[in-house]
Design a protein around this ligand. Structure first.
Ligand SMILES: Cc1ncc(C[n+]2csc(CCOP(=O)(O)OP(=O)(O)O)c2C)c(N)n1
Length: 331
């Protein structure tokens, strides 16, 4: 892992980053348990990708920048202000769900007040939304950036190439992170693309490209901070390929049998949460007691959130068409 001091980070920054990564991991684990208990219909995980997500979020300015995430970005949206209760309300498809009032699939995050853009289920469409936002920022001469994320499989969609070409032509304040976790559902990366590194594509779009260790939150923080600086300086977009490890199967509807047992065992060694915990201990940033207190705090927050979401009402059938089409005033 990179040296946090060299990147201008303080011990308190590392603790805040770890706290968000940990909360997202524990929320995710709780949702899988609830799924297996038959209480939640569907879960799709951030587990293993928290370092990329929190490192990136931490380098942005939450007050002005916009994120256009994908379904695996629970840690990123948690950093941007999605609460544990809001995550649970969405997972239980309840009326109080901030993203869609319980009408979208879970993990289709959005929260306008926190600059989290809405998303559809077709992969890579979120990239175009971020391109549009960054085009607006440029036209209005605003010092803001739009950041989007996606999996490496999604980087083969037409939307990806069209969107990044547009960014390159107009030098937009835009950052794209490919969270490369090696699989698209169960398809390994050698069957998804012929390139050695997806970040090399940046050259063809006329923008800066970087290939980084996505399991190191400090490396991701550095890459995104520099990308943000270039963007607000008017130097255009950045394509970052963050090599990550997806610790779960694609979703609660899939199994992990496409991976060899050996691979499943070794991937635990690259678990970003465990690695970051060791780093924090080794650098004397926090002690065991701090981690224990954090564990208790997260457990209490998640239990309260789960209870509140379980008790909350479902949307009324009459609401099926609200927030879907523009509401027209008659008469
Ligand atoms: C346009 C489109 N095609 C196919 C799907 C079905 N689908 C959902 S997720 C997914 C795999 C995406 O893999 P990747 O982009 O690598 O992300 P990961 O889930 O591995 O993080 C597919 C094919 C979809 N949602 N949208």
């Amino acid at each position: 892992m990179l040296d946090y001091k060299e990147e201008g980070l303080e011990p308190e920054d590392l603790k805040e980053m770890y706290r968000t990564m940990h909360l997202a991991r524990k929320l995710d684990e709780r949702m899988w348990l609830l799924n297996r208990a038959g209480k939640l219909p569907f879960v799709i995980s951030c587990q293993g990708q928290e370092a990329t997500q929190v490192g990136a979020g931490y380098a942005l300015d939450r007050d002005v920048d916009i994120i256009s995430p994908y379904y695996r970005d629970l840690a990123l949206v948690t950093h941007f202000g999605m609460t544990a209760e809001e995550t649970m309300l969405s997972a239980f498809a309840k009326k109080g769900d901030v993203s869609s009032g319980g009408k979208q699939m879970p993990s289709h995050f959005s929260k306008k007040s926190c600059n989290i853009m809405t998303q559809g289920s077709s992969v890579t469409t979120q990239l175009l939304h971020a391109v549009g936002a960054s085009f607006k920022f440029k036209m209005d001469d605003e010092k803001r950036v739009a950041l989007t994320t996606l999996g490496e499989g999604s980087s083969n969609q037409g939307d990806f190439h069209e969107g990044l070409n547009f960014v390159g032509v107009h030098d937009l304040p835009f950052i794209c992170i490919i969270e490369n976790n090696d699989y698209a559902i169960s398809v390994p990366r050698e069957l998804q693309y012929g390139a050695e590194k997806l970040s090399d594509r940046a050259l063809g779009y006329g923008m800066h490209g970087e290939h980084i260790d996505g399991n190191d939150p400090i490396a991701v923080y550095k890459a995104v901070k520099e990308a943000r600086q270039r963007a607000v300086n008017g130097e255009g977009g950045t394509l970052i390929e963050a090599m990550s490890t997806r610790l779960t199967a694609h979703s609660s509807d899939d199994d992990d049998s496409y991976r060899e047992k050996e691979e499943r065992e070794t991937m635990k060694e690259s678990d970003c949460l465990i690695k970051f915990r060791s780093y924090i201990l080794e650098h004397g940033v926090a002690d065991e007691a701090w981690f224990e207190a954090l564990e208790k705090e997260a457990k209490a927050v998640i239990t309260d959130a789960t209870k509140a979401a379980e008790k909350a009402p479902y949307p009324d059938p009459e609401e099926a068409l609200t927030h879907v089409y523009e509401e027209v005033q008659h008469g």
